[in-house]
Design a protein around this ligand. Structure first.
Ligand code: SF4
Length: 344
C-alpha cells in the first residue's frame, strides 16, 4: 500500500501521530517549517530534526515528487496559466492574475469536474479525480513563485467544484493558514461553489474565516437547469436559503456570481429577476461575461447590456461589479480551464 503524503495532514493531525508514537507533539513544528517554509522534498534534508523521528516519519509517510509544470503567459495582460501534471498523470490548472495593485492565484480543487456545466470547458472534460491537499498546496507554492512575492488572495475558482472535495480543500485551507505553514490569512481565501447546499451550511457552522462565492449562473430556474445539471440537485430557492443561513451565522456577506450570456439572461427583466432573488441577502454580485469555451453554443454578453444590467442592480441598492476577464488569449479566464494545450 502506498504511504500517504505527509503534506496531506494538518499540523494537529501530525502532532497527534507523534504523540501516539511516544514523541513530543511540539516536534512537529520543525517538520512543518521544513515542509512549507523551506519546501523540503525529502526527510533527509530536515537538519535539526532527530534522526529517529525522521526515520519514523519516513516509514509512515511519503513526499510525492513535485508535479511537472508548463506555463503560458497572456500577451494581453500578463495573466499566467500553469498546467500541472501530477505523477499519476492527473492534470490541473492554476492562474496567476496580475491586477493593478494586487496579485491573485486561482487554483483547482479537482482534476476535471463532475458537475458538467454546459458552458464550461472543465465540465466538458468530465471528472478525473479529487486533488489531495499537497497537490492543492503545490499549486499555491508555484503561483507564489510565479508572482515573485506574497500573493494577495487565493481563489478556489479553477478546475473542479471545491465543495465536492471539501475534506481535502478544508485541510489545504488549514495548512495554508497555519502560522507554522504558509501563514496565509483565511480571510484572503475565497471558495466558489456552484451551489452545494449542505456544504454551504456546514461552512456557516464552522470556524473557518474564508469567504464564500456562489455561482448562481442565472436567476431563472428553468434556464439554470439547462446550464448546470447541479440545478436538479439544489434549486435556486434552496441555494439562496443556504446563502442567507451563511450570512446570518457568520455576519459576512456572500459573493454571488452571475454569468452574462448574450440574448439569454442579459435583459432588464433578467436583472429584475436577479434582484427579486437576492434582495434580502447581504451580498455583492459579480457579473461575469461568459467566456467562450470548449465549442459551447453560447455568445458572450455585451458590455453595454452588462452595464445596463449593472445599473439596475446598483440603483436598487445591490453592490454589483462587472468583472473584467483576464487571460482570454491563453484560455485562462473563468470557465475556460481544460487542462491541455487544446484549450489554448
Ligand atoms: S463551472 Fe465550475 S462546477 Fe461547473 S463544470 Fe465548470 S468547474 Fe465544474
Amino acid at each position: 500500500m502506498t504511504q500517504p503524503d505527509i503534506r496531506d495532514f494538518t499540523r494537529q493531525e501530525l502532532a497527534g501521530t507523534l504523540i501516539s508514537l511516544g514523541e513530543k507533539g511540539s516536534r512537529v513544528d520543525k517538520v512543518f517549517n521544513f515542509l512549507y517554509r523551506k519546501g523540503a522534498e525529502s526527510f533527509d534534508v530536515m537538519a535539526g530534526v532527530q534522526e529517529g523521528l525522521k526515520t519514523r516519519l519516513a516509514a509512515l509517510y511519503s513526499l510525492a515528487p513535485a508535479p511537472a509544470i508548463e506555463k503560458r503567459v497572456s500577451a494581453i495582460d500578463k495573466t499566467t496559466k500553469l498546467l500541472f501534471t501530477f505523477p499519476d498523470g492527473a492534470k490541473a490548472e492554476s492562474v496567476v492574475l496580475f491586477n493593478k495593485k494586487t496579485i491573485s492565484a486561482c487554483i483547482s480543487s479537482q482534476s476535471g469536474c463532475a458537475c458538467g456545466c454546459t458552458f464550461c470547458a472543465t465540465g466538458g472534460l468530465g471528472f478525473k479525480r479529487d486533488l489531495r491537499p499537497h497537490e492543492i498546496l503545490a499549486q499555491f507554492a508555484a503561483c507564489r513563485r510565479e508572482a515573485g512575492r506574497t500573493l494577495d488572495s487565493v481563489l478556489f475558482m479553477g478546475m473542479g467544484e471545491p465543495f465536492l472535495n471539501w475534506a481535502n480543500v478544508k485541510k489545504s485551507v488549514l495548512i495554508l493558514s497555519d502560522n507554522k505553514g504558509y501563514n496565509f490569512p483565511q480571510t484572503r481565501i475565497t471558495v466558489s461553489t456552484v451551489g452545494v447546499v449542505p456544504v454551504i451550511r456546514e461552512l456557516a457552522e464552522s470556524r473557518l474565516e474564508i469567504r464564500l462565492a456562489i455561482s448562481l449562473i442565472t436567476a431563472d430556474e428553468k434556464q439554470r437547469a439547462e446550464l448546470t445539471p447541479m440545478a436538479k440537485r439544489y434549486s435556486l430557492r434552496e441555494i439562496i436559503g443556504a446563502a442567507r443561513y451563511y450570512t446570518d451565522r457568520t455576519k459576512k456577506m456572500v459573493f454571488l456570481e452571475y454569468i452574462v450570456f448574450d440574448g439569454l439572461n442579459d435583459s432588464p427583466q433578467d436583472a429584475r429577476k436577479l434582484l427579486a432573488l437576492v434582495k434580502d441577502v447581504p451580498c455583492k454580485v459579480n457579473l461575469i461575461m461568459y467566456n467562450p469555451a470548449g465549442g459551447a453554443a453560447f455568445t458572450p454578453g455585451r458590455f453595454e447590456k452588462g452595464k445596463e444590467f449593472q445599473n439596475i442592480m446598483v440603483e436598487a441598492g445591490i453592490r454589483t461589479h462587472m468583472r473584467r476577464e483576464k487571460g482570454t488569449d491563453i484560455a485562462a479566464a473563468c470557465g475556460q480551464l481544460a487542462a491541455g494545450p487544446e484549450a489554448s
